[in-house]
Write a protein that binds this ligand. Structure first.
Ligand SMILES: [Zn+2]
Length: 414
């Protein structure tokens, strides 16, 4: 923390105040904000004045306060501008438009070709998605405060480069410059692990805790970390590639070229591999649609089908062992399990994982952790990508810097 400047602390306090509004979308008095954040009333008054000047917050009403002066209720100004969240997944590109309260205004999903997708195909799909959501809602481009784009694999965030994508064997693709030529809005590039974690920090299981792990289980597997309330990135933004840590020595081959990775057991393909191991002739083991396979497995398990029950039990044992390492390493308050595999196998997989976790985590950190499914009411990746754009906007030194300067100048002339 020694490196933090007062400017950084001001940003962090601004985020802290703004996060309270996104907790439930409700209005807040300055007194409530001070109590919820632990900041002084004077600091909150200062920060909210700045946010009102920038048009981010508005007075939305008054709260009578038992004899005293009524207190102003503040709320996020939905009309201040729009945010875009893009999730580039293995088989599709999903583009969503939100207002500043992060309410979805429109969504567009475009399929990608089955394999060998070149960067310009993805760039064109993103451009078409953005054009479509803006046109459908009649939103002028200059109202867009920023767009967050999640691309799979490793991302060098500062330069906006997709350094490695396991799906399409991309290396060092300058995604942000390719997109900047076409989109003309502030762009923030990152990956699904970071986006999902940010979504949980702003809107989900991470709102009330500082130490959080968010486990993403879809075609790709990984973990995101909030440590002391801050998204942890590592030296080169590649922290969280837990999906490619070894779970089984000399185990199943993994897409990354190694063997026995966590992803090869608990990713979408991994679950289907387990099904093939349990019942090679089962018709479900050879369907083309992985998401549909997961849903059918869950339905069969709910009916007591022995093959499906065994697949979920085995997946839970793998996941419990792998999550046990996270518990021992990070000692988090909350671990959120989310995305396609969890949505498909849900409570049954959670129960199997919990029971296996007890065999792999140390008793003390295990007692401290709450393992739960994601309760986000929205797609974690697009929401988190939009939250990157929101953070970029809230961290805009020019906007808030100039507001502070104006205020300072005004007070000096009083
Ligand atoms: Zn791997």
């Amino acid at each position: 923390m020694a490196h933090r400047t007062s400017q950084d602390i001001r940003f962090l306090n601004r985020f802290e105040v703004m996060q309270r509004f996104y907790a439930d979308g409700g209005a807040r008095t300055r007194q409530e904000l001070a109590a919820a954040t632990g900041l002084s009333f004077a600091t909150v008054a200062n920060l909210t004045a700045e946010l009102i000047d920038a048009g981010v917050l508005v007075e939305s009403g008054r709260l009578e306060s038992g004899g005293g002066r009524p207190r102003a209720l503040l709320a996020v100004n939905a009309e201040r501008g729009a945010l875009i969240g893009v999730d580039v997944a293995e088989t599709s590109v999903r583009t969503e438009l939100f207002d500043l309260t992060l309410r979805q205004l429109h969504v567009m999903e475009r399929p990608l070709p089955a394999d060998g997708v070149a960067p310009d195909v993805v760039v064109a799909a993103i451009e078409a998605g953005v054009d479509a959501v803006l046109a459908a809602t009649g939103t002028p481009r200059e109202r867009v405060l920023g767009a967050g784009v999640s691309v799979p694999g490793l991302v060098e965030r500062e330069g906006g480069v997709s350094t490695y994508s396991p799906y399409w064997s991309w290396r060092d693709v300058p995604m942000r410059s390719l997109l900047a030529e076409r989109l003309d809005v502030p762009l923030h590039l990152d990956n699904p692990l970071k986006a999902s974690t940010l979504a949980e920090m702003w809107f989900g299981g991470g709102r009330e805790v500082d130490d959080l792990v968010v486990v993403t289980l879809r075609a790709g597997v990984g973990a995101g970390f909030a440590i002391g309330g801050t998204l942890y990135r590592g030296a080169t933004n590649s922290a969280g590639e837990w999906g490619h840590t070894c779970l089984v020595l000399d185990g199943r081959p993994c897409r990354c070229g190694s063997r026995g990775c966590v992803e090869a057991y608990v990713g979408t393909r991994g679950v289907i591999e387990t099904l093939r191991a349990v019942a090679p002739a089962d018709p479900l083991a050879h369907l083309p649609d992985d998401a549909a396979t997961l849903r059918s497995l869950a339905l069969r398990a709910a009916d007591g089908d022995s093959v499906a029950t065994e697949v979920i039990a085995r997946t839970g044992r793998y996941l419990g062992a792998a999550v046990g390492s996270l518990v021992n390493l990070f000692n988090p308050q909350v671990i959120v399990l989310g995305n396609q595999v969890m949505e498909g196998l849900g409570e049954q997989l959670l129960a199997a994982t919990r029971s296996a976790l007890a065999d792999h985590a140390l008793a003390q950190p295990l007692r401290a952790v709450d393992l739960r499914r994601s309760a986000l009411s929205h797609n974690a990746v697009t929401w988190g990508a939009a939250a990157f754009a929101l953070e970029g906007f809230l961290g805009d030194r020019e906007l808030f810097g100039s507001v502070s300067r104006t205020r300072a100048a005004r007070s000096r002339t009083k």
